[in-house]
Design a protein around this ligand. Sequence first.
Ligand SMILES: Nc1ncnc2c1ncn2[C@@H]1O[C@H](COP(=O)(O)OP(=O)(O)OP(=O)(O)O)[C@@H](O)[C@H]1O
Length: 698
Amino acid sequence: MIKASIALALIGLSVLAASLSGAVGVPFYLPLSTLALAGILYVGRGIPKFLRIFLVMLAATHLVLLGLIFGAVLGAITGDYTGYVPPPSAALGATAFGAIIYGLSYVPVVRTICRITDRYLDSQADSLIQIPFIGLVRAREGTIGTWIIGILIALNLAQVALNVRLSFFSRDMFNALEAKDAAAFWYQLFVIFTPLAVVFVIAALTEVLLQNVLTIRWRAFLNTYYVGEWLGDGAHYRMQLIGRGADNPDQRISEDLRKFVESTYSLSVGLMNQAATLVSFVAILWTISAGFTFPGTDVEVPGLLVWVCAGYAILGTWITHLIGRPLIGLNFEQERVEANYRFSLARLREYTEQVALLSGEPAEREGLARRFRQIVDNYMQIVVRLIKLNTFTSAYFQANVVVPYILTAPYYFVGKISLGQMQQVVGAFSRVESALTYFITIYTTLADYKAVLDRLTTFEGAIASAQRVGGESKLAITQAAGRELRLNNLDVRLPDGSALLRADGLAFRPGERTLMTGPSGSGKSTLFRAIAGIWPFGEGEVLVPEGQTMMLLPQRPYIPIGTLRDAVTYPGKIDAYTHPEMAEALRSAKLPQFADRLDEERNWGQTLSLGEQQRLAVARALLTKPDWLFLDEATAALDEPTEAEVYRIIKEKLPDTTVVSIGHRSTLAAYHDRRIDMKKTEGGLSTPVDMRQAEPAE
Ligand SMILES: Nc1ncnc2c1ncn2[C@@H]1O[C@H](COP(=O)(O)OP(=O)(O)OP(=O)(O)O)[C@@H](O)[C@H]1O
């Protein structure tokens, strides 16, 4: 609060300096505006780092401008200064921008942007960067990002300054032409223009290079961060259990992060560039307009050209908006129908076998054609709209060429301005006009950017709730001495809080093979999830023998995209096992035909039958040799003789592994020593009952 008041007072000071500058002059307002900017910098120490970079760079610009102005004053005294004299308003502009940036740090949406951005700028990760002429430099990633953004801001401001200087070159060159002064003309061309043009090209190239380096490094950092948060501590699974803001994480991580980085850069630096351009060239137009009278009258209008230019830009943008407005909805619709079509194709690719079996190709073709027709129909509407819009914008752009001449010609003919000044107005007019147009049309980009920001924040929110649910879970997995796995006072619930099952004192003993049976939906798989530590809803304790490894095989195993070697070693490291070990595991798991295809890369999840996928998972278990192996209907797709063979192999190859299975087939009982049946109690709650104890005859 105190800081905001100080900043407000400083902004007031800077405005006061602005209003008095005309009356009191440079010596008065320069120290005042410097003091104001220094004050804003001082109170701005607490604002987000991203905004602070802009503040610091503006302060630096302010100092450079001050230097130029003092140089000019000094030059005027000694009489040999011929360079560019920045108007006092330029230094004041820097102060005003500083104040605006400080104010922005209080806007909620800007704070959200800075929160995501500062994550990168504060990154402590050790990193390397290749700097031309210096070589590889080691620094913290956040420091590298901060420096690149700082340099990019400086380059953008330098380009604005160069444009301003070039507009004076244009004035002087045309004045030389008008005066038929050949020496002055060549001087302007070679001594003034050429070095400026070289600097301009170098600045533009450096900007392109740095901008691309920045966006990819920034995106890489955010990508690692978001993927880490999403996958960390099982948040990805819990997010879909609680189901809030969890849709399409793929889009959020790939698309939205890319758009966030690109738009944050282009909007922030772009806005600053356009604002600086606007202020600089408005100052030029304002100065040249001095003494201009309203056409046909004797009334002097201060800054006449500025008002005409603003009116012209607003009128043009307004008409563009009226004609182009439907394009926003049409483009949105186009993205939607394109996405629908893409999704239909991807779905067809996934279910190609089912479609072929049902001879569903004609139906698919018709469905695809219908969806594609939507693309074409919408596209045609866009084309019609674009033609209307282009008719106006082309005419407007053509008019842009002559309008400034029409505006200034009368003043030129009466000798109020020189040909050079007329030329300078033409350039300044187009820059002010395009800067104003940029501000007015940016809202469509902002709407898109806001949507990206919302998707990222809801995604973060979903990750945070998933982490909270995990952290606050009263369902404890405790490592304990001893060799038994024991459930103490365990109440497992559904995500909505309703009770699902209760187990107290149930123990799984090492070496004993246990089969869990029970009606579908009674909670057998959920109990496995609780034991594995991924189910957060409920309370109680699962005592796990200390230091022992656990592996759970679900009914449909996950097969990653890649080689068979990737699939069989998942989630372990690919080089954790030798080629013969993997081949042997596949042979033991009754997949001998794949033993020499380990390096073949294909979508194995789609190629292998469900039974083969289940045997592949068994091969993983044979390689991993866990202390505890939980099989959740993990052999349900196998024929009975193969299932029997798989259980025999597990017993033979993993003699020290304790097996707990879930299954419905009665034949499974033969491979287990003990049966636990999930019974429903009167309240609808499930509870595991030890059938060996309950029915000793079995
Ligand atoms: N993420 C979830 N959200 C809501 N309810 C769930 C969720 N996961 C499971 N359930 C519910 O919990 C109950 C138990 O499911 P679970 O898969 O554990 O049963 P199961 O005994 O293994 O069944 P089956 O023998 O058919 O595999 C079911 O009624 C199921 O609908």
